[in-house]
Ligand binder design. Structure first.
Ligand SMILES: Nc1ncnc2c1ncn2[C@@H]1O[C@H](COP(=O)(O)OP(=O)(O)O)[C@@H](O)[C@H]1O
Ligand SMILES: [Mg+2]
Length: 697
């Protein structure tokens, strides 16, 4: 890569700068930037850096401070060629903060913008790396030679992107942590196999015990079965029980009826034997009923007579009343008067005939005689009636007695028939029972009713016990089955644990490998990478320059690493005058600068050649130019010349801009940018002068 042209507008001291003028372009190789102090040399350097990497690369300075005093905005354009392609980068920014950055690529006839570019990606170099290699700022060369070993080591590590190693270590750390985490997770789930085996043994023992119990219980179950078989069937037992209970019920009824009957018969003239032939009783009832009929007829007859007699009594009483009325009427209505003759007479109210007192008295007497007779009659009739009443009452009493007797005998007959019925029923039940017993006697040990009741209870008890045993057997068998399942599970768990242990082991191996890998990577960085390879390379590349730059006084730079970040690198150099290696601290300022320059060139050169690790960018940094700001200031003329000559010859970099304010030997013919400044306006100007002729060294 090399820069072909640059234009600045309002960039610090430059109001308008265009180098080279017109259609000319910068050549490859060394270009000196010459001019007096503060004329604007470094400004050119800064303009190029700004154009490429922007203001952020200048720590502690803001973009606005680069704009020419009094102006509001500035512009930079750098034209360059990279891999035979032409580009230009353009930046414009103002004091207000507005910025434009554009990258263009030449496409046959015109520049086309590359959108969304990233300059670090484009150049494949970070701005920091660029600052440490491509752009060597004022004072940095001396600084490098004076750098402490540790800083130098850090710088090398940074420059050569050995921080990739840190990434690798971090990656390994993460991997290791991941595995440790996984391993811990597995360990958390781990159960000691011995413990599982103990469980298996315990369960196996338990099962053996269960099996023993099952065996015993089965034997018992069988015994119970046999026992139950020896018992009569439930049906037989219930049937027999039913018969017994039927017999009891019928017997009770029979007895109570019999007792009632016997009780009742006591109050009669009858004997139990009388009932043996029911005909007798029936006859008796019939006789009694006949008697009743007869008696009823007699009673009715007497009653009829009594009625007639009462009627007679009534008539007689009527006659008496009649006589009494007649007497009273006559006595009340007859008025007797004494007639001539002294005869007393009265007129008959009925016939109007003359009634004498004598006649009247005769009539009264007659009436009174009738009264008397009739009264006598009433008395005798009343006696007859009373007599009838007595007879009727006696009949009535007899009838009632007969009725009672009939009812009683009838009741007794019913009772008798009842108890006879129950007796027959009892006989029937007894027969049934006897029949049952003759048939099934052999099935029963004892057929006594109380034994039968016990039998069914015993049998029920046996059933319950047998059932309990069966249940227990089932339960134990279930336990055994569950235990077997559990053992299978536990065996699987052992398998699982073995797998787990294997996995844990694998993780342990992995973790071990990773930690070894980390160790190896660390050693690789400290020993191999830095000491053996890189450092050796830096030393040997530096050596190429150092002898030349110090007129042969120094050579054989050795860079030692004492291993740690603290001690860093220790630089020693062979003093060819006295033949001993010297620590670089004892070198003169000029020699230190020369060594610094050599180191700087070596590092920059290596940067473009070495791929320290596989992960380093495949392509070398695309910027293979070098901008050196005043690297020669502290050198004497001879050394300056040697370095310049070397740079002119150098093919390591495609283009080198070297800023110097010191006089360059007039015979030193090379490309130059000559910087000037108008002191009255403070405006810098510059022009490009190509070499005048080929110089031969
Ligand atoms: N923003 C600015 N506008 C105008 N001139 C500036 C600005 N910033 C710095 N300068 C001038 O630029 C000069 C510094 O130029 P510089 O390139 O460092 O000189 P040298 O040639 O010594 O390297 C100073 O004289 C300073 O006054
Ligand atoms: Mg300067």
């Amino acid at each position: 890569m090399y820069i072909t042209k640059l234009t600045f507008k309002n960039f610090m001291g430059y109001k308008q700068l265009s180098l080279p003028k017109g259609t000319k372009e910068f050549p490859k190789g060394l270009i000196l930037v010459c001019g007096k102090n503060s004329y604007g040399k470094s400004t050119i350097f800064e303009g190029i850096v700004f154009a490429f990497f922007g203001p952020k690369i200048f720590k502690g300075r803001n973009a606005a401070s680069f704009i020419t005093y009094g102006e509001s905005k500035a512009e930079l354009t750098i034209f360059f060629t990279l891999d035979n392609k032409k580009y230009n980068i353009f930046r414009r920014w103002g004091r207000t903060g507005a910025t434009t950055t554009k990258l263009f690529e030449w496409d046959k006839t015109t520049y086309r913008e590359i959108k969304n570019f990233n300059i670090e990606k484009f150049f494949e170099i970070s701005s920091e790396q660029a600052l440490s290699t491509v752009f060597v700022r004022q004072g940095e060369v001396e600084e490098l030679a004076n750098k402490k070993g540790a800083d130098l080591r850090e710088m090398i590590i940074d420059l050569f992107r050995l921080d990739i190693i840190d990434d690798a270590l971090n990656f390994l750390d993460v991997e290791s942590k991941k595995r440790k985490f996984s391993k811990e997770n597995l360990e958390r789930n781990k159960v000691p196999i011995e413990r599982i085996e103990e469980d298996i043994n315990r369960i196996t023992l338990e099962n053996a015990n269960f099996e023993k119990i099952v065996k015993e219980k089965k034997k018992k179950e069988e015994e119970y079965g046999k026992k139950i078989k020896n018992y009569p069937s439930d049906e037989l037992i219930t049937n027999l029980e039913k018969l017994y209970s039927q017999k009891n019920i019928v017997n009770d009824k029979f007895l109570s009826n019999k007792k009632d009957f016997e009780e009742k018969i006591k109050s009669t003239e009858l004997k139990i034997d009388d009932f043996k032939h029911v005909k007798k009783i029936v006859d008796k009832i019939e006789d009694t009923l006949k008697e009743k009929k007869k008696l009823t007829q007699i009673k009715e007859l007497i009653e009829k007579r009594r009625e007639a007699t009462i009627r007679g009594l009534g008539k007689t009483k009527g006659k008496i009343e009649d006589s009494k009325r007649k007497i009273k009427k006559m006595e009340d209505s007859l008025k007797f008067t004494t007639r001539e003759g002294g005869l007393e007479s009265a007129q008959c109210p009925t016939c109007q005939n003359e009634l004498t007192k004598e006649h009247f008295d005769e009539m009264i007497l007659e009436f009174n005689t009738d009264l008397k007779i009739n009264n006598e009659k009433v008395k005798s009739i009343t006696k007859i009636i009373d007599n009838f009443d007595v007879k009727i009452n006696s009949c009535q009493n007899k009838l009632e007695k007969i009725n009672e007797s009939v009812i009683r005998i009838q009741g007794l007959k019913d009772d008798f028939e009842n108890y006879q019925k129950y007796e027959a029923e009892l006989r029937k039940v007894q027969e049934e029972l006897d029949g049952f017993l003759t048939k099934y006697q052999s099935k029963f040990a004892d057929t006594k009713p109380e034994k039968i009741k016990l039998l069914s209870i015993e049998k029920e008890k046996l059933y319950i016990e047998s059932k309990a045993i069966t249940l227990e057997i089932k339960e134990k068998q279930n336990n055994i089955k569950n235990n077997i399942d559990r053992i299978v599970d536990l065996r699987n768990e052992i398998k699982h644990m073995k797998k787990l242990e294997k996995e844990i082991g694998e993780f342990e191996i992995d973790i071990d490998h990773i930690s070894k890998a980390k160790e190896f990577v660390r050693r690789f960085v400290t020993e191999y990478m830095v000491v053996k390879r890189l450092v050796k390379n830096i030393a040997s590349t530096t050596n190429k320059y150092i002898k030349d730059f110090t007129s042969g006084q120094y050579s054989d730079l050795t860079i030692d690493l004492f291993g740690t970040k603290k001690t860093g690198l220790s630089l020693k150099i062979m003093d060819n005058f006295n033949g001993v290696p010297e620590s670089i601290e004892v070198l003169s300022g000029g020699d230190k600068t020369a060594l610094g320059m050599a180191l700087r060139l070596a590092i920059s050169e290596l940067m473009s050649k070495i791929r320290p690790t596989k992960e380093s960018p495949k392509k070398n940094p695309k910027i293979d130019i070098l901008l050196l700001d005043e690297p020669l200031a502290a050198l004497d003329e001879t050394r300056r010349e040697r370095i310049l000559k070397h740079l002119v010859k150098s093919k390591t970099f495609s283009q080198i801009f070297l800023i110097t304010h010191t006089a360059i030997p007039s015979d030193f013919n090379t490309h130059k940018i000559i910087v000037n400044k108008d002191h009255s306006t403070g405006i810098s100007t510059a022009r490009f002068e190509g070499e005048t002729s080929q110089i031969l060294y």
